[in-house]
Every structure is written in structure tokens, then in C-alpha cells.
Design a protein around this ligand. Sequence first.
Ligand code: SAM
Length: 285
Amino acid sequence: MSFDDAPKPPMTADELRLLSELIYDHCGILVREDLRFLLERRLWARMRALDLPDFLTYYRYLRFDPGRRAELEAAVEALTTNETYFFREPHQLKAFREELLPLRVNERARVRRLRLWSAGCSTGEEAYTLAMLVLESGLFGGWEIEVFGSDISRKVLAAARKGVYSRNALRETPPQMVERYFTADAGRWAVKDEARSLVSFGHLNLIDEHMVAMLARFDVVFCRNVMIYLDLPARRRVLKSFHGRLWPGGYLLLGHSESLIHVTADYELVHLKNDLVYRKPLLAI
Ligand SMILES: C[S@@+](CC[C@H](N)C(=O)[O-])C[C@H]1O[C@@H](n2cnc3c(N)ncnc32)[C@H](O)[C@@H]1O
């Protein structure tokens, strides 16, 4: 029987614990019991790629092999959920465009610089959406605009940098935005330069507070549908890092099912007409 035909070895409770702890320490993602099946199946694919016979050997590889860093990234990549699309959560984007951007124009009129961060950007749709909304607002002529997208997965970042998408990624995109910001070619849609030129991407593990602390400050941080995969201590670490990277008075926008209740009191809740958002208090450092 070849290795390819070999049946998947069972993962013991000890192996599950060791692998989960390693993954958690690296990126804050909590592999709960209900994810055990996914973990087994996806890591089995990695073990086959490396020709390793069982999960304990794979764990040892992740701990001690010279190639462990790259493999840990591959393991995390195999476990992350990268689902995203353009113009996701439209009511929040409406609040961003119609309420937050005008506020920021006034608040930053002296420096004329706007920096946005899509933290956990996956294949880039969110970051490009923000760039398009800034352009659409027509408020920032002559300003320095930067949209930074970051993710722990190098694979999704490579796709983000290409900026070419299937119809599925544009399923919520208003037709006039498709018309204005994309070029269609053979069933694929490429983001045009006008929006592309505002966006850059970088590899970043949000749990790594030292790396996050090296970023320049932002006006608005979007971190949507990322912290749902992290446990409470990991969320707190990430939120503390965001706090450090926001300008006083800067905004934090989370996914619609995510809230800071019982998580941190570092942010104030702002009631906009179209949504509730979080803000770093003006007097915070
Ligand atoms: C479901 S996608 C969300 C994409 C986009 N923000 C949205 O809402 O459509 C979650 C992304 O978070 C990334 N992610 C998970 N844990 C991370 C971490 N510790 N550091 C950086 N990115 C992480 C995953 O790789 C994945 O691409």
C-alpha cells in the first residue's frame, strides 16, 4: 500500500491538545473540540505533503524541524477561514462613507492624511472596498490616502496583491461600482489602478504585538470576522494593539456579530445614524 492510500491515523486526545496549544500560541486561534474534525482532515493533508506517518511526528516537526516556521504558517493557513467579498455589510459601509469619513475630514483637515487598516483582510476585497468608498466620497482631493491590508496567510495576500476576482467576490457590489472600479476580462474582474494605487498589503500576525506596534497610526481600523476565531485573552491582546495603533478619536469597526462588551473598556461606543462603532477616546494616548 502506498502512503497515498494509507488511512488517516486517528488523532489522540494528547495530540489534539499539543497541536491546539501550538497553534493557539502562534496566532491566538482556538481549536475547539468542534473543530477537531477539520483539524484532523486539514493537517492530514499537510502530513501527507511532508510524508509524515502520524500526528505526533507532525507535532514534533512543527516544534523542532528547521523548516518549522514555514510549516507552522502552512498549518495555520490550512485552518483559517478566508471567506470574504466586496461591499460586505453594506449598512456599516454606509456609516463609514456617509458619517465617519466626513467626521475624519474635519478632524484631520490640518494634516490632510487618511490611513485605513483592513486587519485580517483575506484576499483583499475589504481593503479595496474601503479605497473605492474613499474615492466615491469625493472628500479627499489632494490628501495622502493609504489603505493597508494585512493577514496571517501569505496565500491570501498573494491573491490580494493580484487584485483579480471571480463573479462571486462581486456578488454584493453595486453595478455602478463594478462599472467604475473594475475591468472585466474573460469572466474575471480586475481592480482598476485608481483604487489599487491606494492599497498595499503586508503579512502580519495580529497576536504579535511587537510587529503590530511597528505600524504607523491609523484613522480607522476594520477588523471584521477575524476575532470570532480568537479566544478572550487573544482578543484582548489584539484590541490593545489596535488601541495603540489608532489616533486618539480614531475608529474601530468590527463584524456585525462582534462586540466589546465584557472584553475591554478602552473604547467608547459611538451611535451613528447607520451603525454603532467604537472609538478610541480623544484623550487616550
Ligand atoms: C473570514 S476572513 C475575514 C475577511 C474580511 N475581514 C471580511 O470581513 O470579509 C478572516 C481572516 O482573518 C485572518 N486571521 C485569522 N487569524 C489571524 C491572526 N492571528 N492574524 C492575522 N490574520 C488572521 C485569516 O487568515 C482570514 O483571512
